[in-house]
Design a protein around this ligand. Structure first.
Ligand code: BG6
Length: 501
């Protein structure tokens, strides 16, 4: 078997940024180890870190679930799920990864399995122990209490909890109280995988490692901001969860709001956990309440995406169910502080939209006076931060068309495609975040007060909807959402970015 530190071959021309910094030995316990999140995101993320040679020899992954698997059966289960994705270069590294896996059958609310879990864990107080709760939030408190009761929480134990942390402020507080009663805040890692996306971190670099943007980063020069997270997927296998949640709680309360915070926050003192989180919190607390006319809810009806017919939301739910859950939401909000007063932030997310496309658009103000006469249309500059696909940053500038014949102007992109600039494999968000947990770095994780402040902003919107009888507006799958979302921005004399492109 291969030694640790040996990883897949580097790509030609790979740059120094792709250097791998090994982490300390650790045990990673995954509750929900046979679930969707573990098999789709966590295990592939750990596998890639291992394949890159970042994970030390001693590190082990202990999956916990109710399934009656022994280690061999679990390894077979993982093999079936992951092996088809491997490239030829990676296959020699696979046996090393499989050998790290263990499985413990355990009932999170009962007594069974806890001694076996204790046996499976290595090391004493000096050994890093990551406990990932990839379970329903209703188990977060009970599992945390049991871990403590069983003596499994060591000084270097880090508890990772997935969203959703609650479904409103009261339930989020309850969950935070339950976990906080037994585990220190400094050991709790509330994950929002959007913060682990490469371009999201690049947004921080763009703002704070360059001098040219920050002087322009305010209501004086910025006309408005758009944040779009568009998906083509529908319910997948999560109908029950999603129907009880909807786009506002599933995406806006966490991912979109976190992106907004990174765009709008003041420069933190350092790129360090509390410095960054303090600044994000100030933004959250300055968010203006959303006026009833500044939000649009939608639900998809049957349509087609890239030529393939897709069903309506009701048909995806099945069993003749109907629902008022929104699969699309667009919101106009503002940040009531010195820097941003008067600058609208338009947020938009939805399932079954025309394409998978997540981006942040900083729309600058137009020039104050045109030298070029009335016939020449000048497009205001836009800085577009593309999260996915094709990660990169584009600045749209006005340029002169080449050749004689006077000043013919048009907008052209100044384009930084990360894939072209850096020939590296782009790590998945979970890869970066899991290694941050092992290192004990909470910078890209949400603090309790942030999560609760986000719910405080969302709650009145949800209550308003629940009080009313209005159904979400229909939109055809494969479109960009309901017409009312276009109207939301157009009535301000502005346009969604993709309609310009
Ligand atoms: C999850 C949501 O947090 O993020 C899903 O629960 C959504 O509904 C997913 O599909 C989107 O993540 P990504 O990384 O594919 O943009």
């Amino acid at each position: 078997m291969l030694a640790p530190g040996i990883g897949r071959p580097k790509l030609e021309g790979q740059c120094a940024l792709s250097q791998i910094i090994p982490v300390a030995p650790f045990d990673c316990v995954v509750f929900g180890g046979t679930g969707d999140l573990a098999t789709r995101k966590l295990l592939p993320a750990l596998w890639h870190r291992d394949a890159d040679g970042q994970i030390p020899a001693e590190a082990r992954i202990v999956a916990v679930s109710r399934k009656n698997f022994d280690d061999a059966a679990y390894r077979k289960f993982v093999e079936e799920n992951l092996r088809p994705q491997l490239t030829a270069d990676e296959k020699p590294l696979w046996a090393r990864f499989l050998a790290r896996l263990r499985h413990v059958t355990l009932d999170a609310e009962g007594e069974q399995g806890w001694p076996a879990l204790a046996d499976a864990l290595k090391g004493g107080d000096a050994y890093v122990r990551v406990v990932y709760l990839a379970t329903s939030p209703k188990f977060f408190g009970p599992i945390a209490r049991r871990l403590v009761k069983q003596g499994l929480v060591t000084p270097l134990t880090r508890l990772v909890v997935e969203k959703p942390i609650g479904s409103d402020l009261a339930s989020a507080r309850r969950i935070n109280d339950e976990i906080g009663a037994v585990i220190e805040e400094s050991a709790i890692y509330r994950i929002d995988h959007y913060l682990g996306k490469e371009t999201v971190q690049n947004l921080i670099a763009l703002r704070f490692a360059n001098s040219m943007f920050e002087p322009l980063w305010s209501s004086q020069w910025i006309d408005h901001v758009q944040i779009t997270v568009a998906e083509t997927v529908g319910l997948e296998s999560r109908a029950d969860y999603y129907d009880g949640s909807g786009a506002l709680r599933d995406m806006v309360q966490n991912h979109l709001v976190q992106l907004l915070c990174l765009v709008a926050m003041e420069p933190p003192r350092a790129f360090a956990a509390d410095a960054v989180r303090d600044e994000k919190l100030k933004v959250l607390r300055a968010l203006s309440p959303v006026a009833p006319g500044s939000v649009v809810r939608g639900q998809y009806v049957a349509g087609a995406i890239a030529g393939t017919a897709v069903r309506s939301y009701a048909d995806d739910l099945g069993k003749g169910r109907t629902s008022r859950t929104e699969t699309f939401v667009a919101i106009k909000t503002e940040i009531a502080n010195w820097r941003w007063a008067g600058v609208p932030f338009y947020l938009r997310t939805g399932k079954r939209l025309a394409s998978k496309n997540s981006e942040i658009v900083i729309a600058f103000k137009p020039v104050p006076h045109s030298l070029f006469g009335e016939g020449v249309k000048l497009e205001a500059n836009r800085l577009v931060v593309r999260l996915q696909p094709d990660e990169g940053i584009t600045l749209r500038l006005m340029t002169k068309e080449p050749g004689p014949g006077g000043m013919r102007l048009r907008a052209a992109p100044l384009d930084l495609s990360f894939a072209e600039e850096f020939s590296v494999r782009f790590p998945e968000a979970y890869e970066r975040l899991l290694m941050d947990v092992v290192r004990g770095n909470q910078t890209l994780f949400m603090r309790r007060d942030e999560v609760e402040a986000a719910w405080s902003w969302i709650d009145p919107l949800v209550r308003e909807w629940e009080r009313g009888s209005e159904a979400p507006k229909s939109y055809v799958a494969g479109s960009w959402g309901p017409a009312a979302a276009t109207a939301l921005i157009e009535r301000d004399g502005r346009t969604w970015h993709e309609e310009l492109a």
